[in-house]
Design a protein around this ligand. Structure first.
Ligand code: ATP
Ligand code: MG
Length: 329
């Protein structure tokens, strides 16, 4: 059986982008692959060092999101990163295989540094997070990593580290491949190219119907489309990106697009449809989530048991790595 490793930073609850970018694939593949899902709380601290309570709180929120969308703890292993300190040790060894110049060229880190306004004052831990991700992926000996498009540079860097390690010290690590979903980069409600937990442009899987309605009604559309009778632009219009991702009736979406392009279809009408489509998708997740939230002890147990199982795998990999590095015996 091949292995999957993916994860999320507990910087907030999960959103629609997570679902289409990665969660849907995980749920679909969890029975075919040995699946490990990492709640990356140590990584979350790299840019939230001043908010440890927030990270802690969101470990539970993210776990609830997983269970609510159908990640099944009977087949998939949910691991809390801070419960596996061996990952930090691996990171230290891999840091020697990466140059500062190479890290500085990682396009996603560059973009995130800009968004966060870090400049030269970037926390060193944040700057090197692609290396800690390489440790996570290889520690579980992952063959496949289901990720959104923004994470492709991380997989690329992981592959480089694996090749370098295996060349220098002998075949030890498994080389992973990314699995990118059809909707690999869901835009934000503000029209920015990526919905993100930390960007204030997300619709969360746990949002109430009212909150979803408000967010959709406030969504960015085509800024030139100021009147219903004018022709509108569908490309780069997030309302249509969401319909593409969540409306099961593709023919109806195609018809809406045609009418919008021709003129005569207002933004409000399209948004109303989107609210219904999202409600049909989110209502069952919300119900299941609130049921699960009533039993936090069960969620804690899933995390404790998953972390223990995951840690056993990581310890084995670390043993191999230490032997390859002549650090043992
Ligand atoms: P943060 O803003 O704190 O970085 P995030 O929203 O980017 O949060 P992550 O926890 O960093 O979420 O990402 C977890 C996974 O979800 C990654 O595989 C990432 O590629 C995927 N993902 C995140 N946002 C999107 C999106 N808008 N579209 C598709 N996939 C996404
Ligand atoms: Mg992110």
């Amino acid at each position: 059986m091949k292995t999957i490793l993916t994860g999320d930073r507990p910087t907030g609850p999960l959103h629609l982008g997570h679902y289409v970018g990665s969660l849907a694939n995980r749920v679909e593949l969890q029975r075919e692959y040995a699946t490990y899902v990492l709640i990356a709380d140590v990584q979350a601290l790299t840019d939230h060092a001043d908010e440890p309570e927030r990270v802690r709180r969101n470990v539970l929120e993210v776990a609830l999101d997983y269970l609510a969308v159908g990640i099944d703890p009977a087949v998939a292993t949910v691991v809390v990163q801070s419960g596996v300190p061996e990952l930090a040790e691996l990171t230290i060894y891999y840091l020697n295989l990466v140059t500062v110049a190479r890290l500085g060229r990682n396009p996603t880190v560059k973009e995130e540094m800009q968004q966060k306004g870090f400049g030269a004052e970037v926390p060193a831990g944040f700057f090197v997070y692609p290396v800690s991700q390489a440790a996570d992926i290889t520690a579980f000996r992952a063959d496949v990593v289901p990720v959104g498009e923004d994470q492709l540079p991380m997989i690329e860097q992981t592959v480089e580290i694996v090749r370098r390690f295996n060349r220098l010290y002998g075949a030890t690590l498994v080389e992973p491949a990314a699995l990118v979903a059809k909707h690999a980069r869901l835009p934000g409600t503000d029209g920015q190219s990526k919905m993100g937990k930390s960007l204030g442009n997300a619709i969360f899987l746990s949002d109430s119907r009212d909150v979803v309605s408000k967010k959709v009604m406030g969504m960015y559309t085509d800024p030139q489309h100021v009147r219903a009778d004018l022709p509108g632009i569908v490309e780069g219009n997030p309302v249509f990106s969401y319909l593409d991702a969540f409306d099961p009736d593709a023919a109806a979406v195609a018809e809406l697009k045609a009418r919008y392009r021709a003129g005569g279809l207002g933004d409000v009408a399209v948004k109303r449809r989107l609210i219904e489509v999202l409600e049909a998708f989110l209502a069952p997740i919300r119900t299941r989530r609130s049921e699960l939230a009533r039993d936090p002890a069960m969620v804690e147990r899933v995390l404790r048991e998953g972390t223990a199982r995951g840690r056993a795998v990581v310890r084995e990999t670390l043993g191999d790595v230490r032997r390859a590095l002549h650090l043992e015996g």
